[in-house]
Design a protein around this ligand. Sequence first.
Ligand SMILES: [Zn+2]
Length: 173
Amino acid sequence: MKIENNRVVSFEYTLTNSDGEFLESSEGSQPMEYLHGTGSIIPGLERALEGRVVGDTFKVSIPAADAYGEHEDELVDEIDRADFPEGTEIEVGMQFEAEVDEGVAVVTITDIDGDRITIDGNHELAGEDLTFDVKILSIREATAEELEHGHSHGGEGCGHDHDHDGDHDHDHG
Ligand SMILES: [Zn+2]
């Protein structure tokens, strides 16, 4: 069986940036599991997985545009220290949720200059060319329920809160 749409794929990976620096790995945690063809993983990686079989190992370099996107300057903003709730400890690297035009986004504090706080709403890997070392562990047909939901249900600790009472407007938390 090879990887194609409507199949659930499990794989191990190690992620490095264009300088070869280690970013993250599935080793020591759960392998990545996803439903192929749903855009639930970054586009460049999903394309590279297409047609692979169990046991395949490969390395793929993915430009930022096909990974977490280019770094967008419009998502960088300066706000005033007074905009934070009183007593908030503010430090570079701190992340919090902020309301943006599209809803709620995770923003990161990237610079502090007196009372001027620079926040960045880009994904922390935006603008990074990424390299994945991948090993395919398993491939199976998705269940009817997975197809209906548009994601895999097999992985433990996937974090989704499922309401399986039969209606379609369940909440995925
Ligand atoms: Zn679901």
